[in-house]
Design a binder for this molecule. Structure first.
Ligand SMILES: Cc1cc2nc3c(=O)[nH]c(=O)nc-3n(C[C@H](O)[C@H](O)[C@H](O)COP(=O)(O)OP(=O)(O)OC[C@H]3O[C@@H](n4cnc5c(N)ncnc54)[C@H](O)[C@@H]3O)c2cc1C
Ligand SMILES: *[C@@H]1O[C@H](CO)[C@@H](O)[C@H](O)[C@H]1NC(C)=O
Ligand SMILES: *[C@@H]1O[C@H](CO)[C@@H](O)[C@H](O)[C@H]1NC(C)=O
Ligand SMILES: *[C@@H]1O[C@H](CO)[C@@H](O)[C@H](O)[C@H]1NC(C)=O
Ligand SMILES: *[C@@H]1O[C@H](CO)[C@@H](O)[C@H](O)[C@H]1NC(C)=O
Ligand SMILES: *[C@@H]1O[C@H](CO)[C@@H](O)[C@H](O)[C@H]1NC(C)=O
Length: 506
């Protein structure tokens, strides 16, 4: 189905024609003369450091130049120059942890690396966080004040991608999606204007940014609600392979039991293609340490466990820092996808069994690429309640997705990039197989958590027709010429292109 003709015509015709590298070179020159200290070319230390800071090797594309703005004004200058070219393609990098190729970097184009905008200012009840900060920057700044925020559970993850995609935090079971604790976004629009979006100023844009990611502007500052918080209980536990069945059962019981707002974390099954063994793992937190393990009991009681450090009581920021060690500087391709279903007595077991059946065959085919796979189950966060400002994720105020729904993440790791196509196809096949099982039981749910969605998935449609319609209206209002639809390279787009200049409704 085509969108209305007037909307089509409002797009620049040039925008759909790929920019030549000559155009991009002159765009880089224009950027360098406007922001001489912040534009970096290949073969320089700063450029190389930007590229190697991507955690997964498939993300290390080589743009014609990298801009590292230091202020919202610099971002505005960059946007105006890019927009005036009418064609130069660009990417925005926050923490660089989205696994989809082209979503946070670009080959032949301009990458805006937000990492210099990482200041955190702690005020009473609010932390003002730069649009390129990492979660570790935030915990380190707020915890000396005995307050915390809703943020990532691994410190190296970026604030901007996480928050504009929803964000599941240590404290989410009690407090909700991380994006719902944003009280104000400072954002650079396609016009170059620097504006605020909050519950009183541009409330439509405020809601759209909570789930709509990079479709409306570049966020240069997030103002986050803080809350008093002491240390929490938790840790990582690895189990012997034979514990897998009990852990499947434990997770099912955890999800089916009484809802516990202090119980957080995930259950993972990791398959190693060389040893052909499954290691079950839990990473769990209980945010009211004196009552631990509370509702996590069905998980913490599973045995046999491998030897490892005991559960600890520590600040969220310490857990986040330690967890970063295992993610930093990975030399693997790491790709993932997600899907959502309602909990039932049997569905987790069926999905686990399907993965256990399919994954050894796949890893044997690509044994030369040192493959591994993880299957992770966790809970969604509660929606904003009645009277709270809405987000765009599509859950009604009186719905209970945090209780009823489970989302899974499937990951493939592999060292040899020539196996990329095979593993991307496998991601699609595995998700299809899991969805078929959920359909058969009648427990499939349309939500696709954007922060774990693969490029071939459509999280914005998963928010529902009503939400998608709102997002389209906000895009037309704040970006009438479709700058972020056209010139921002890859991403989860509100308006999808279908061949040359044909814009599809989802
Ligand atoms: C190790 C690891 C742990 C994780 N833990 C969690 C977790 O606990 N909970 C959870 O919910 N998710 C988690 N995630 C998923 C995470 O939320 C996403 O990977 C998210 O994209 C990370 O944000 P980023 O800024 O690092 O990403 P990037 O890849 O830099 O950005 C993601 C997208 O956001 C856009 N973007 C970046 N900066 C801006 C900006 N300033 N303005 C507008 N758009 C922007 C980019 O264009 C890109 O498309 C985790 C991921 C990893 C790899
Ligand atoms: C940057 O990386 C490239 C490609 O790996 C390399 O050839 C070059 O020497 C590096 N430059 C610097 C200054 O480190
Ligand atoms: C934070 O809490 C600790 C322990 O209760 C206390 O010693 C410290 O003074 C508090 N810091 C602030 C800034 O309130
Ligand atoms: C909302 O934006 C308006 C307009 O810029 C600003 O005056 C107000 O302080 C903002 N509110 C918050 C909570 O930041
Ligand atoms: C973090 O790691 C340090 C060093 O290994 C260790 O001493 C500490 O107990 C760990 N903390 C947590 C919460 O895991
Ligand atoms: C698989 O296990 C082997 C042996 O323990 C280990 O050396 C290797 O790093 C593991 N591979 C992956 C991808 O985790």
């Amino acid at each position: 189905m085509r969108p209305s003709l007037s909307y089509l015509l409002s797009y620049s015709v040039l925008g759909v024609v790929a920019a030549s590298s000559d155009d991009t070179a002159s765009t880089c020159q224009a950027l360098a003369s406007a922001l001489p200290e912040y534009v970096f070319y290949p073969e320089t230390d700063t450029y190389n450091a930007s590229i190697t800071s991507y955690p997964f090797i498939q993300l290390r594309l080589t743009p014609n130049c990298i801009v590292r703005p230091k202020s919202a004004q610099d971002v505005s200058t960059t946007v105006k120059i890019l927009r005036d070219t009418g064609c130069t393609k660009f990417a925005i990098k926050g923490g660089g942890h989205n696994a989809n190729v082209g979503y946070n970097n670009i080959e032949d184009g301009v990458t805006i690396d937000m990492q210099s905008l990482n200041a955190v200012e702690v005020l009473p009840n609010v932390a003002r966080v730069g649009g390129g900060a990492l979660w570790q920057n935030v915990y380190d700044a707020v915890e000396p004040h005995n307050v915390s925020v809703l943020g990532g559970r691994i410190g190296v993850v970026g604030v901007p991608g996480f928050l504009t995609g929803g964000g599941i935090a240590f404290f989410s079971p009690e407090r909700g999606w991380s994006c719902d604790y944003v009280v104000n976004f400072q954002v650079v629009l396609a016009s170059g204007e620097i504006v605020n979006a909050n519950s009183t100023a541009r409330p439509d844009l405020f809601a759209a940014l909570k789930g709509g990611q990079n479709n409306f502007g570049i966020v240069t500052r997030f103002d986050l609600k803080t809350f008093p918080q002491g240390p929490i209980w938790g840790g990582r536990t690895a189990y012997a392979p034979e514990a897998a069945t009990d852990l499947v059962q434990g997770f099912t019981e955890f999800k089916s039991g009484e809802y516990d707002p202090y119980a957080a974390g995930w259950t993972t099954f990791r398959y190693n293609g060389s040893t052909r063994e499954v290691t079950p793992i839990t990473i769990l937190w209980y945010t009211k340490p004196e009552l631990a393990p509370g509702g996590l009991g069905p998980l913490t009681s599973v045995t046999p466990k491998q030897a490892g450090p005991p559960m600890q009581v520590a600040y969220a920021g310490e857990f986040a820092r330690n967890a970063s060690r295992s993610v930093k500087a990975s030399n693997s391709n790491t790709i993932w996808a997600t899907t959502t279903f309602r909990i039932s007595p049997t569905i987790v077991g069926k999905i686990y069994a399907k993965w256990r059946e399919l994954v050894p065959q796949l890893c044997d085919i690509y044994a030369y690429a040192n493959p591994a796979s993880e299957l992770t189950f966790q809970s969604l966060a509660p929606p904003p309640g009645f009277g709270s400002h809405p987000n765009s994720l599509g859950f009604a105020a009186d719905s209970t997705p945090h209780k009823d729904l489970v989302f899974l993440q499937i990951i493939f790791y592999f060292t040899d990039s020539s196996a990329s196509e095979g593993f991307n196809n496998a991601l699609k096949e595995f998700i299809k197989a899991f969805d078929d099982l959920a359909e058969e039981e009648g427990v499939k749910h349309n939500f696709v958590y954007l922060n774990f969605a693969a490029w071939f998935q459509d999280p914005l449609s998963g928010y529902g027709k009503e939400q998608l319609k709102k997002l389209k209206r906000v895009s037309k209002r704040y970006d009438p010429r479709g700058f972020f639809q056209e010139q921002l390279g890859e991403g989860f787009k509100i308006f999808k292109r279908n061949g040359w200049g044909n814009w599809n409704h989802h």
